[in-house]
Design a protein around this ligand. Structure first.
Ligand SMILES: N[C@@H](CCC(=O)N[C@@H](CS)C(=O)NCC(=O)O)C(=O)O
Length: 276
């Protein structure tokens, strides 16, 4: 049975399209890690790109964590109890023994430093670290923010039944997203030096967060979506290398993405019905 048909059947039967998660579900990994630190609590939803990045860093480094799912599709991140953790109502947030921290790139840096991860994740040498910081800072305003608008139009507003942002804002975001992807392809990837961002020989936390964002572009309803990746061969090769280097954890962190595909399929179908 096709994916779309499955979605329609679920809807006809009164089931939720995305129903695999209970409110603030806990999936416990283990409570104490090898250096005696308590497990991190990660609040988020792996439908969100930056949440996936935090989960992936933990998985790839066998850092014990407990994922408390703030179900994005049910807007649990807007609940008062979530606002107590992050007044901006954004995922992810971590709780490390009572130390609460939001902002994905800050969280990634904090985990790498507090858990003394291998140097390649977040180098200690000042200039190498500055290069990773540069990528993380740039990512936020150029990749994540722009992609957020595009996804909001394509998917999130549909799930949340919220008004779509004005067309000119979406268009401007799309153009910036594409320009940013061009910069990654043309300048940030240097396969002649090394397979990871800025020609590094091993992945950094920047590779993790960029990759978790790029995986989502595959599901855009954007008319140019096929071209977004296929016209950027270096980017495709890099993403493939990151996935392989971080297997099987990469797949584990992305295991809820089929839900997103399903929702995107449903959204595509509803657009077709509205247009016809
Ligand atoms: N600057 C934040 C952004 C995180 C972010 O964009 N989270 C989105 C999910 S991908 C979110 O929680 N959005 C809530 C909303 O739009 O209501 C970070 O990097 O942690």
């Amino acid at each position: 049975m096709g994916l779309l048909r499955q979605v329609k059947d679920k809807l006809n039967a009164g089931e939720e399209v995305l129903s695999n998660k209970a409110r603030f579900t806990q999936s416990k990994v283990s409570s104490v890690d090898s250096v005696g630190m308590m497990a991190l609590t990660v609040y988020g939803d792996t439908l969100s790109q930056p949440t996936r990045a935090v989960v992936l860093l933990c998985l790839a480094n066998k850092i014990p964590y407990e994922l408390k799912v703030a179900d994005f599709t049910k807007k649990e991140h807007k609940l008062p109890e979530f606002k107590e953790l992050n007044p901006r109502s954004e995922v992810p947030v971590i709780d490390d023994g009572g130390f609460i921290l939001a902002e994905s790139t800050t969280i990634l840096r904090y985990i790498a430093s507090s858990r003394h991860l291998s140097d390649h994740w977040y180098p200690t040498e000042v200039k190498s670290r500055a290069r990773v910081d540069y990528l993380l800072d740039w990512y936020h305003s150029n990749i994540h923010q722009t992609a957020e608008y595009v996804f909001q139009k394509e998917l999130v507003t549909n799930l949340w039944k919220e008004p779509i942002p004005p067309e000119e804002i979406i268009k401007a975001a799309e153009q910036r997203m594409i320009a940013s992807m061009d910069l990654v392809e043309g300048c940030f990837l240097k396969p002649e030096k090394g397979p990871f961002l800025l020609g590094a020989s091993e992945p950094s936390i920047a590779d993790i967060i960029f990759a978790c964002e790029y995986t989502q572009t595959r599901f855009l309803v954007h008319p140019e979506q096929e071209k977004l990746m296929h016209e950027r061969p270096k980017t495709m090769k890099w993403l493939d290398t990151v996935e392989k280097r971080l297997a099987p954890y990469f797949g584990e962190a992305h295991k809820t993405l089929p839900d997103l595909i399903m929702a995107a399929e449903f959204h595509r179908a509803s657009l077709r019905i509205t247009e016809s």
